[in-house]
Design a protein around this ligand. Structure first.
Ligand code: MN
Length: 735
């Protein structure tokens, strides 16, 4: 096991300014926290975080990352808390350890076979700081290195997960060296036989070609040196796993040297790269189509090199990469090469607004995949975009809940359980009380407070994003609505009984239930309230002796001039025609009418501005205005459909108005229209048009075009309409 001073030594070698006190404090803290815990290998548990920290020193990472590595398992596996780590090590390190804790909880999720691709993206989304991912990858690398201590079944799962998720993630982050090792270890565990075969053949070829390889190295080095280029030439053998993958994709011949070996020429400047490639090409012919200049056009992840294949010594095809040391650093260490200590501190929790250079780099990598020419990359990117539409949150027990971006704590509550959603009364997000409508962010821990007997407000239905929440809310509000409809139905049926001179009693309906094909009295009443059953039918079912003398009173129809129009067939429609133009609106002294109709004042009425007034539609294509107290109005008592509320439009400054349409379902009885018009008029809105349809003997629908000043104005009217006993439903009609 690595000792404390060894770790400090390693860090000091690349970072002379390291905070040794901090490193030592982390060492002691983690050792104490993990106490007597042991790993499957029998080693003290603490050896693990220490080794993870050691791996990260190879990438020359900053103190915060090294310390976070030492602490990475404390919150989840020991008594430590985020608060304590914040207190002892500060919020930056606290944030990193917290991120690692969240990722660790994801490991629990992945056991339930989450799709690898999504999981990889999930990692990216949750890690607010790229250093969290670096520690996570080092954590996985150490676990893979010590995998042989685990039970066989567990081993296979971890190795598969490594191949599916962590190795591609390392590749995505440009960390080729780490990726190679992860793949090698995983491949070795998953397919020991295939691994052994490939390794043996690689060694065999290596032995056979040993002389040839060093000859090529020598020839290249001499040619470059003769041209005055300082260069280091390295032959390299491909990894068993990449050979295996290549063999899977297309059967390659093991004998082809160029597929197994490559050479790397490292020089000290960009310019030297081009000079070196010139020397090589002048000496050995280039294989057409294999020359790629990633220096002038870097890969999206900043990979830079010149690639070529030449027909080299002994007519052997030889793959070559030419690059500088700096390019090599990025090619092997990828994003980690950008998180070097010298870059200064990257603060955790800065999120995407003020992101670190390294994170920008990662994002750029992901974004530029959109321009990638390979369809595979493009597909990746498409999926990634889908993924970016999601947020991942946790229950206090660490269960992962995936939601669409923009989802609120209400969606979260329903995702946990319908009952939790229906009774949700409040939320805590990351330990702090927050409104249920709070939009959730990646990694939020959400706790829902429930209260029995709660009914979800129906407005939630329009606010939630998830289908599950929406349908549950609809169901819950439907149950609540049903109770309301039953109340409305009771009112309607009671009146029907009264009109027929029969006392209303629930027992009577109960005894007639078989005739209704309904299960309960409430069902019957709700059906009437909803307009699915008529009060007359209820009456007849209970009192079959009553003759059906019900008449549908047709509204008085207008003349040919088109005052009222009658649609074919029932329902009967009568319509107050056309909205006038702007000029009429201005000339008209009475609000409520924009039809361009002549306005007549009732001769005996004497209405003066300031009087409450009402307008009566008359057959002679005019409206007559009466003060509300006028005796003459009694003449129209039985024709409520002719009544319109009106008010003076003198000396009032009014802002612009906007057309809106309401669909109102109301009980069909005298005065309904008047009541509705009154509500609208009292609120200062214009009625521009009304279409009335008789839905059934009990109900009629009114499509009312009104002009309101704003939404608040409209909502006030809607809620006041809903409060009227005669109104059973008000909906906005859009478009
Ligand atoms: Mn660990």
């Amino acid at each position: 096991m690595m000792r404390q001073y060894e770790l400090v030594d390693r860090v000091r070698r690349y970072n002379p300014q390291t905070d040794e006190v901090l490193l030592n404090r982390a060492y002691v803290y983690a050792m104490k926290a993990h106490g007597a815990q042991v790993r499957a290998s029998g080693d003290p548990f603490f050896s693990h975080p220490l080794e993870v920290a050691a791996i990260l020193t190879e990438y020359r990472l900053d103190d915060a990352t090294i310390v976070a590595a030492m602490l990475h398992d404390t919150i989840e596996d020991t008594d430590s808390t985020r608060e304590e780590i914040d207190r002892v090590f500060g919020p930056e390190i606290g944030g990193l350890v917290d991120g690692l804790t969240k990722l660790k909880r994801l490991d629990l999720v992945s056991k339930r076979a989450v799709q690898a691709e999504n999981f990889r993206k999930l990692l990216l989304a949750i890690a607010a700081d790229v250093r969290v991912l670096l520690v996570k990858l080092a954590d996985r690398l150490h676990n893979m290195r010590t995998l042989h201590h685990m039970a066989a079944q567990k081993r296979a799962r971890i190795a598969e997960e490594t191949l599916d998720i962590y190795a591609p993630l390392a590749g995505r982050m440009g960390m080729q060296r780490l990726r190679d090792e992860l793949e090698d270890l995983a491949f070795r565990h998953l397919m020991p036989d295939a691994y052994a075969t490939i390794e043996e053949r690689l060694n065999d070829i290596g032995r056979k070609n040993d002389l040839r390889i060093s000859a090529i190295e020598k020839e290249l080095a001499e040619a470059l040196s003769a041209a005055g280029i300082k260069a280091e030439v390295r032959g390299r053998q491909k990894q068993p796993y990449s050979v295996w993958r290549k063999m899977e994709r297309k059967s390659i011949s093991f004998e082809q040297l160029s597929d197994i070996f490559g050479f790397r020429i490292i020089v000290d400047s960009d310019e030297a790269c081009y000079r070196a490639i010139g020397i090589v090409h002048m000496r050995w012919p280039a294989v057409p189509g294999r020359f790629k200049d990633y220096i002038s056009t870097p890969k999206p992840n900043d990979y830079r090199s010149i690639h070529t294949t030449v027909v080299g010594p002994g007519r052997q095809r030889v793959e070559l990469q030419v690059r500088t040391n700096a390019m090599h650093d990025i090619a092997s260490n990828g994003i980690a090469a950008h998180v070097l200590y010298k870059e200064g501190h990257v603060r955790a929790n800065e999120g995407l607004n003020n992101e670190s250079k390294a994170f920008q780099w990662l994002r750029r990598t992901i974004e530029s995949l959109a321009d990638g020419s390979s369809p595979e990359e493009f597909l990746e990117h498409t999926k990634l975009e889908l993924f970016l539409d999601q947020v991942f949150c946790f229950t206090p027990h660490g269960r992962l809940i995936a939601l669409p971006r923009g989802a609120t704590a209400i969606d979260f509550a329903y995702a946990v359980h319908t009952d939790v959603g229906n009774t949700a009364a409040g939320a805590k997000i990351n330990g702090l009380p927050a409104p249920l409508l709070t939009e959730l962010r990646n990694g939020d821990e959400v706790e829902i407070a429930c209260s029995e007997g709660q009914v979800p407000p129906s407005v939630w239905e329009t606010l939630v994003l998830t289908g599950k929440a929406r349908s549950a809310i609809r169901r819950a509000t439907r149950d609540a609505m049903r109770a309301q409809y039953a109340g409305l139905g009771r009112q309607i049926v009671t009146r029907a009984f009264e009109r027929a001179g029969k006392p209303f009693a629930e027992e009577k309906i109960k005894s007639a239930l078989p005739r209704f094909a309904r299960l309960s009295v409430e069902d019957v009443l709700a059906a009437v309230g909803r307009g699915e059953m008529f009060s007359g039918d209820v009456l007849k079912a209970v009192h079959p002796e009553i003759a059906d003398d019900r008449k549908v009173v047709m509204p008085r129809l207008g003349n040919e001039a088109g005052w009222f129009r009658m649609k074919s067939n029932p329902p009967v429609v009568f319509r107050v025609p056309g909205i006038s133009d702007e000029a009429d609106l201005k000339l008209n002294p009475i609000e409520g009418f924009h039809f361009g109709l002549p306005v007549v004042f009732a001769p005996n009425g004497g209405a003066v501005p300031g009087d409450r007034i009402v307008a009566i539609l008359a057959r002679n294509e005019s409206v007559t205005v009466y003060p509300i107290q006028s005796q003459e109005l009694t003449l129209f008592d039985d024709k409520p459909e002719l009544w319109f509320d009106a008010r003076w439009d003198i000396g009032e400054d009014r802002g612009p108005v906007f057309a809106s349409k309401l669909l109102i379902t109301a009980i069909n009885e005298p005065g309904t229209l008047g009541a509705i018009a009154t509500v609208i008029g009292e609120n200062g809105a214009n009625i521009a048009n009304v279409v009335i349809e008789l839905l059934s003997p009990d109900f009629r629908s009114l499509t009312v075009d009104i002009e309101v000043s704003d939404l608040k104005h409209l909502s006030t009217i809607v809620s006041q309409l809903r409060a009227r006993p005669v109104v059973s439903k008000v909906e906005r009609v859009n478009g």
